[in-house]
Design a protein around this ligand. Structure first.
Ligand code: TXA
Ligand code: MG
Length: 351
């Protein structure tokens, strides 16, 4: 299949540039598009055939449900059962934006979209291209991240091309996304809502609007534990992973640098390709040319935005061993470490 790539300036575009994309979606085909978090792989959420195509293109297990993207509140009531006051307050505060909420589903949402669950995940994205695509197509758009299952989520159209070129008919290229990690997911079917995936919208931000919010215990573990099953099916898979072995090195910076430099020397002796993921503040301390700065510790947002791009670069340079500093910032830190630990298969050393 030939993949058409359409460049769109998110700040200035005419809706007519999306005509062909809307046509593809209405016919049950797939279109990758930018959102403010990561690129999504969109299809008609009410069509089981479109859902099947999404799972096939991503190589994704079909028990891993998709997020339904909407552009207005009426759409929410059309596909969900009970919408609590708390959910309405969160929508009011954070939609459009990087928040996904789980509700009981109505029958019109096929089980193939929800991975067999009686609940449905819904998000109203704020990216102007995503918004325009939903509005102009007149559809509910099911969209997982537009990567091959298991690889880092795409934060630019080139990442989508790397994974899906030849497998889907169209990519809307809106450039680099702003946030760079996937939306926060909150289960609203419980009296006390539960965070199933940490993201840009933090527990603190949610609690300021609706009071108590819990965190799925599966997210707080530091190593995989078969006895704690994550409630978001997708969170149980190894994810975001580069091909090389990623190790997170946690501790005082000086100790971290010393340990990593020792490891680098060992890899060099064995002629193994090793690389380091560091920050602007520390990048000059490592004894290798393969140091990649993920951004400054002073701006957590830049670290989130650069994470997946750096993980993909590790594959491009053929890194067999990757060492990354740990990032426990207070705002986005939980989301960043959640993704890094998963990418590392929970491989972490304390020094
Ligand atoms: O930022 C985002 O959320 C991006 C953009 C494209 O919107 N989308 C995204 O989709 O990250 P995906 O498919 O990569 O991740 C969806 C996550 C999975 O972990 C899935 O298991 C969970 O949401 N999920 C979806 N529906 C669910 C449900 N009904 N109950 C529990 N978890 C659900
Ligand atoms: Mg994903």
């Amino acid at each position: 299949m030939k993949t058409e790539i359409i460049q769109i300036d998110p700040e200035h575009f005419e809706d007519s540039i999306l005509d062909k994309a809307c046509e593809i979606l209405r016919m049950g085909g797939l279109v990758a598009f930018p959102t403010e978090t990561v690129y999504g792989l969109g299809g008609d959420a009410l069509s089981p055939q479109a859902a099947a195509k999404i799972y096939a293109a991503k190589g994704r297990p079909s028990d891993n449900p998709l997020i339904v993207h909407i552009a207005d509140m009426d759409s929410l009531y059309e596909i969900t059962g009970e919408v609590s006051k708390k959910a309405e307050k969160l929508a009011e505060a954070f939609w459009p934006g990087p928040l996904t909420m789980i509700f009981s589903k109505k029958d019109i949402v096929p089980l193939s979209t929800t991975g067999g669950l009686q609940t449905v995940a819904v998000r109203m994205p704020s990216h102007p291209v995503a918004m325009a695509l939903i509005r102009s197509s007149g559809l509910f758009i099911a969209a997982p991240s537009a990567n091959t299952s298991g690889r880092p989520s795409p934060t630019r159209a080139e990442h989508v091309e790397e994974d899906l070129k030849g497998k889907i008919p169209m990519i809307l290229d809106g450039g680099l996304v702003g946030i760079g990690i996937e939306s926060t997911i909150v289960d609203m079917t419980e009296d006390v809502p539960v965070i199933l995936r940490p993201g840009y919208i933090t527990q603190h931000m949610l609690e300021e609007v609706i009071g108590q919010v819990r965190i799925d215990p599966a997210l707080l573990r530091v190593s995989p534990d078969r006895n704690i099953v994550a409630k978001a099916p997708g969170m149980k898979y190894r994810h975001y992973a580069p091909k090389g072995q990623l190790t997170i090195v946690d501790g005082e910076l000086e100790q971290v640098v010393r340990t990593v430099n020792e490891r680098l020397a060992e890899h060099e002796m064995r002629h193994e390709k090793a690389a380091v993921i560091a920050t602007e503040e520390s990048k000059d301390k490592y004894h290798t040319r393969e140091v990649y700065s993920i951004g400054s510790r002073k701006t957590e947002g830049s670290i989130a935005a650069g994470l997946y791009d750096i993980l993909r670069q590790m594959d491009h340079i053929g890194a067999e061993y990757i060492y990354a500093e740990s990032f426990q910032g207070d705002r986005l830190g939980h989301a960043i470490m959640n993704r890094m630990l998963k990418a590392a298969g929970y491989h972490k050393i304390e020094v």
